[in-house]
Design a protein around this ligand. Structure first.
Ligand SMILES: *[C@@H]1O[C@H](CO)[C@@H](O)[C@H](O)[C@H]1NC(C)=O
Length: 277
């Protein structure tokens, strides 16, 4: 598990400087009437890491992609997603509205990973004026019913010496309200599961999960059991893929599932890469 995480993080870090050129181009005009796609990163990440390679991939497929770091504390812009989910939700809602406004699009699609996946469910449900301008939601490994985030702090630590000090100091100073929010009885989890539907009218949700996710467990708790929701295992499409939680952001198979979900072709077959298994 650690080897896989290290490999994917190394891959991510080595491309930090190359993949961001076409993100947030408000002059981008999507092909085939597709919607602009807003990406919501995971806990401890930023707009330029975590989902950056997925964005680059989708750009090659003709999508216009947008992302912003959310949930960071003042003075620590490179560690996102720490603030309480309810606070971050307001930032994210404003950003989704801005993307719709500045691109002139009627509808925006959202792709989130981990905490960002949780927010892809939370923001349209609780922030005014968002579900109306959202069409598709693709939620990769959301802790829909909470997670203990075992190993979370360790994950931050392997980002490197510099960030270890920064993250260590930051967590000592401000803590991680989002971590508390995402626990099994966390405030955000309880609010999301308040008995009212998660999916709002006019929104189309695809949830993607891996049977080898080591952080959101049991892994099936990501899924949303409401009418019209597509709940997909990575292994439904590529049975030999053993990707874990962080790796899902960098997994070519996941990327293909996301692409097909954004084209309303969930479940469409593609070639699985044996080496990824
Ligand atoms: C638009 O359609 C073309 C031809 O099918 C395809 O290559 C391209 O990826 C599509 N773009 C999007 C955003 O789906």
């Amino acid at each position: 598990m650690h080897l896989q995480i290290l490999t994917t993080l190394t891959l991510a870090l080595s491309t930090l400087t190359t993949a961001s050129s076409a993100i947030n181009d408000f002059n981008c005009r999507p092909q085939n009437n597709s919607n602009p796609v807003v990406f919501l990163h995971g806990l401890g990440a930023t707009y330029y890491e975590d989902l950056n390679l997925l964005q680059a991939f989708l750009q090659t497929q003709g999508f216009c992609t947008f992302a912003e770091t959310y949930g960071a504390y003042d003075g620590f812009p490179f560690v996102g997603g720490l603030r309480p989910l309810a606070d971050s939700a307001k930032e994210i809602a404003a950003y989704i509205k801005r993307v719709a406004h500045e691109t002139g699009a009627d509808k925006v699609d959202i792709v989130g990973h981990s905490e960002g996946a949780m927010q892809s469910l939370y923001v349209p449900k609780f922030e005014d004026g968002v579900s109306e301008i959202v069409e598709r939601i693709v939620s990769i490994a959301p802790p829909t019913r909470g997670t203990t985030f075992i190993g979370l702090y360790n994950l931050a630590y392997i980002l490197g010496d510099a960030s270890r000090e920064i993250i260590g100091g930051l967590l000592r100073a401000v803590g991680c309200p989002a971590c508390d929010d995402l626990g099994p009885d966390g405030a955000a989890v309880e609010r999301l599961n308040d008995g009212m539907p998660i999916v709002q009218a006019g929104n189309r949700l695809t949830v993607i999960a891996s049977k080898f996710d080591e952080m959101v467990t049991p892994t099936s708790t990501s899924f949303v059991h409401e009418d019209g929701v597509e709940n997909v295992w990575v292994q439904d499409l590529c049975p030999d893929d053993r990707i874990g939680h962080i790796g899902e952001a960098y997994d070519l198979h996941v990327w293909n599932i996301v692409k097909n979900a954004l084209r309303d072709q969930v479940g469409k077959k593609f070639t699985c890469v044996p080496a990824l298994g």
